[in-house]
Design a protein around this ligand. Sequence first.
Ligand code: F0G
Length: 467
Amino acid sequence: MHDYRHPAEPFRIKSVESIRLLSRQERLRILQEARYNVFKIKAEDIYIDLLTDSGTGAMSNEQWAALMRGDESYAGARSFYRFEKTVREITGKKFIIPCHQGRVAENVFFSSVLKAGDYVPNNTHFDTTRANTQHKGGIAIDLPCPEAATNEQIPFKGNIDVERLESFIEKKGADKIPVVFMTVTNNSSGGQPVSMANIRETSALCKKHGIRFYFDCARFAENAYFIKQSEPGYQDKSIKEIAQEMFSYADGALMSAKKDGLANIGGFIALNDDGLRQKIIELLIIIEGFPTYGGMSGRDIDAMAAGLQEVLNEEYLAYRVGQIEYFGSIIEQAGAPIIKPTGGHAIFIDAGHYLPHIPVDQFPGQSLTVELYREGGVRAVEIGSLMFGGLDPVTGEKITAPRELVRLAVPRRVYTGSHLEYVADCIARITKRKNDLRGLKIIRQAAFLRHFTADMAPLKEEEIKVG
Ligand code: F0G
């Protein structure tokens, strides 16, 4: 696609943070102490940390300068008005409610719109959106487009299935569906973007049935860049214009600004409905704070406002999306199959296909995740049977994960091309001896979200099954 490796970093480095690669012996000891769960490894013992792209980005000099402008007044701080102006300009919404991160926006929003037994369709829920829906008695429904489950090299695999959404609305009735969500980009299906056409159609369908249409817009700028790259009619528009058009089709949006806000903490709700705003604010004051600071310091709000402007820069987005595409290509060359096309913020290795000799109940994704740390001090995250399998904590039924994936999420503006090449080199070394990798077993686990805290152990010779 590019006639060079990928767009070089459109920034130079002004402040550095040392990272170190521990010896192999130390890494083995640390893995043992962490019970083969990388969530339990200290950050200082990691060389390249690809656990998440959330809140892990580097701020610019302009954002650091914005911190100094932060106004720490309890009510009516200048920081809030600067932030409100920025978010209004991008989203076109009247009311902007700050929250300290995405899941709080979800909590106050769903508490204000959901009744027990209501349905919330989404292209694909992110975990916290699903959990917040369920926590308020709602039923989270995923309606990804049929292409999402394939490895076809087509754009916009993050789309919602509009036909299924329409029949779902007709079956359940609009009064049981207080809101339809669209996650841009679609994190849980590989960071895949959603097309403007799909947004427009979904919006029209919701309007026809009198149902609210909202974005979960953590990665809206990356989504806008994909639209500019691949959807006819958008090549000459600016990223800001594309983002504005996206938001024009929605009644509102919830955002975790820890991604495309280029901030280490932050989030918001944007909407036009004054009645709903009042309800949200009542709860916000109880759990987050006054509506001009929403659980954040003034300086955090100013840094987020500056980040939301910077993220619309096309050179930045070309580098960001180009970097992920390049990372995907070198991982494939290193012998690991990945989800294609590459999305906006991460590479997903298909560990089920990479390690076919390890059956799913012996966690091939976790085996690769552990091996990445053992080989090179790299931290990834398993998105497979450890995260999604096991027993349903409510019904007790056995659940199977859709795929055995390992996510390598790339923090924004943190790692250079050579860091990513280092990770691909680690994978190439693992590929050479991948048939020797073994599965793991769970020694101890919690009922909910077990992957965060589970203790694991490598299998003994006699426990190994062949997949
Ligand atoms: N929505 C999406 C699409 C997300 O990816 C996330 C977080 C949230 C909401 C919740 O936001 O963390 O600020 O409360 N995703 C992170 C990740 C944690 O690693 O993908 P939050």
